[in-house]
Ligand binder design. Sequence first.
Ligand code: BGC
Length: 391
Amino acid sequence: MKTNLVLFLAAGILSLSACDSSQTASTTSDSTSTDSISNMIPSKANYQDTIDGKQTDLFILKNSNNMQVAITNYGGRVVSIIVPDKDGKMTDVALGYEKVSNYQNEEGVYFGALIGRYGNRIGDAKFKIDGAEYKLAANNGPAALHGGPTGFHTRVWDAKMLNDYTLELTYVSKDGEEGYPGNLTTTVVYSLTDDNGLKIDYTATTDKATVVNLTNHTYFNLNGEGNGDINNHILKINAAKYTPVDAALIPTGELKDVAGTPFDFTKATVVGERVEAKDEQLKLGKGYDHNFVLTNADTAMKQAAVISSPVTGISMEVLTTEPGIQFYGGNFMEGVDKFGKGGKAYPFRTGFCLETQHFPDSPNKPAFPTTTLKPGETYKTTTIYKFAIQQ
Ligand code: BGC
């Protein structure tokens, strides 16, 4: 998490001057009244702006159990997820910023963002389709990461609340944008279900063959955002294999058995238990930052992972139609800036991502499930983050 000092100071001065007029979000609330939950969410005013000539805002999704999710159309980012803990205390489990400008100024973090056109890495920042080579910006060493510097996480999406619990976001990415071919129209529908699921439906169409791999990059902390690291979380991933990486974090192409390695989460295991183990792959990722090959890696909806906090009792199940999931344990978080909700910094490993996806570098790995989308086809995937109390 690199911080541009000038932006940091400027934003700091702005946030100080805005202090008395803007509400500051808090992590937990003892009350389940709609008003006190609303106090946990940054104010809409902090998100109402004009960026690239388009209006940004903060949209609040509510369900019948008082669960609330706040999403901005700047980068389609999930800002807050408020769920009850084991004592009924409402808890914000998503890391996020106090203001839309904080998202504009972040570098390489992708809090809460919709990631596209290609989530995760493409080796050497290039790929070929039908013999034609496409060059991308290398924004992560030699690799292209998360759609490039001006990927979908920086775009203002057209937003439409379909009802109290559904937000539809649309973005048209022009042919050649960030080096990718084809005009790509992407629609993402976020809906909050009455069984406390945040459902994300992604669809995309193109007018020229291209590659697509969409995901969401929310950093979760089920202890409550800002409440320490995530090493105490208990994680199960339904994956017998994972894709080991090279020094640039590009898959080698091998599908490796997790059995007998620190990557075996087939039985629920404490995240921090083996994160410092002597293991070449953990060393390369500075911890967990790997794609797991889901058992039943087909397009059916299936449980990919379940993770819970022993402190709050909050558990989150991840269901998806995707073949893979990236478990990123927040190894590159530095917690330098204090742009987090309520003025918090988010240090090393205080958030995790479970990014459902096709495998990294698929455009250069013909043996991996394809990420090519052709005209006339519709890209269609669904992921659900479902919250409950651990029984
Ligand atoms: C990647 C990490 C990266 C992080 C933030 C994750 O999806 O796997 O390597 O540091 O995003 O950029």
